[in-house]
Design a protein around this ligand. Structure first.
Ligand code: TXA
Ligand code: MG
Length: 329
């Protein structure tokens, strides 16, 4: 899907200060040369993202950590050894050369070594760090295919590397190692228990949404939201509510987990995979498909509320925030 020439072209675009969208194993990233503030600025313009929101710097390997982080605690080495390349982001204290645009003016920097082979090739050939938030417009659903990226940005992003469907499907877990005790800022496919097993200590929860909001905007309530009002409901209720809304003349889209599809006109239906990994892989593509149907409501049947599903439940809760199906205004 991606040839050597495509990678060469993408590297040339990065070196010239342009934007390159590229696949990672979690979601697609919208990348720029992290050492070029003018280039990083273009990411914020394309996304419509406030300039105070920091972005993740992607590296080819952990050996490059020292260029970006000035204190690398043993805990960071251990997590990097265990989970990199892979869907884990570490927050560390930055070196003085890291641009304020990358860090949002903070003393810390977010670093990640992705495992997707296209990301790996791009990073290895580029040589430096690639600053990249998820390749979606600010506050919207992250892109898990190249087609999603094109739909989000159109021709504003000149180079999009198509590496197929992102395998994990939801964003990396973020662990903050810059302060006293390690904290999980964003849950991901690598569970808190797996991270704690490597650290040998419990992870602190983020200090609450309000104080964290400027630091980790992925934790802002309105993130990952489709345009159609989205409601999260328990199993039986999802079906009941869907039927009742359809009877009121509404068009309803359902992301079902265990509910069986009733025979009913005006109802759109996707049956989600039963395992957490499969569910995460399909989640954003399913939400996009349901959103594009422009129904009155998206009803999502809650999946299991167990630790293995924590990252999925986190994203679903954020997608639902601020939208109310019963609000007619
Ligand atoms: O899986 C992922 O992490 C994807 C792929 C492309 O790598 N990237 C991603 O980037 O999700 P983004 O920008 O959508 O989310 C990164 C999150 C944001 O919530 C941001 O606030 C937080 O990381 N972040 C970045 N730098 C930070 C820092 N220095 N301190 C605290 N949070 C930080
Ligand atoms: Mg994002």
């Amino acid at each position: 899907m991606v040839s050597d020439r495509d990678i060469d072209h993408a590297v040339a675009v990065l070196r010239a200060g342009g934007l390159v969208a590229f696949p990672t194993e979690t979601v697609y990233g919208l990348g720029a040369d992290a050492a070029n503030p003018q280039a990083v600025r273009k990411i914020f313009e394309a996304k419509g993202r406030p300039a105070t929101h920091p972005v993740i710097v992607h590296l080819a390997d952990a050996a490059q950590l020292a260029n970006w982080a000035r204190e690398i605690p043993p805990a960071a080495q251990r997590l990097a050894k265990q989970f990199w390349p892979g869907p884990l982001t570490l927050i560390l204290r930055r070196t003085s050369t890291v641009s304020d645009l990358v860090t949002g003016g903070q003393e810390t920097v977010a670093l990640r070594v992705p495992s997707h082979p296209v990301a790996q090739q791009l990073l290895a050939r580029f040589g430096g760090g690639i600053a990249a938030p998820s390749a979606n417009r600010h506050g919207r659903i992250s892109a898990t295919t190249a087609d999603h990226v094109h739909r989000e940005f159109g021709p504003t992003v000149e180079c999009v590397l198509d590496g197929g469907e992102a395998q994990v499907g939801i964003e990396s877990a973020i662990v903050d190692l810059s302060g006293g005790s390690p904290a999980l800022l964003r849950p991901g496919s690598i569970t808190a228990a797996e991270i704690e097993a490597v650290l040998g200590v419990s992870l602190a929860a983020p200090a609450g949404d309000a104080p964290r909001a400027p630091r980790a905007p992925g934790t802002l309530a309105a993130h990952y939201a489709p345009q159609t009002p989205l409601m999260l409901t328990e199993g039986d209720l999802a079906l009941e509510l869907a039927v009742s809304l359809v009877r009121q003349g509404k068009r309803v889209a359902v992301l079902a987990f265990s509910a069986q599809r009733p025979v009913l006109q005006g109802l759109e239906w996707i049956a989600a995979p039963q395992g957490a990994a499969g569910y995460a892989h399909e989640l954003y593509a399913s939400l996009r498909r349901l959103d594009e149907l422009r129904c009155d409501t998206i009803l999502v049947e809650k999946p299991p509320q167990t630790p293995a599903w924590a990252a999925i439940n986190d994203r679903l809760a954020r997608a639902a925030t601020g939208s109310s199906v019963l609000d007619e205004t």
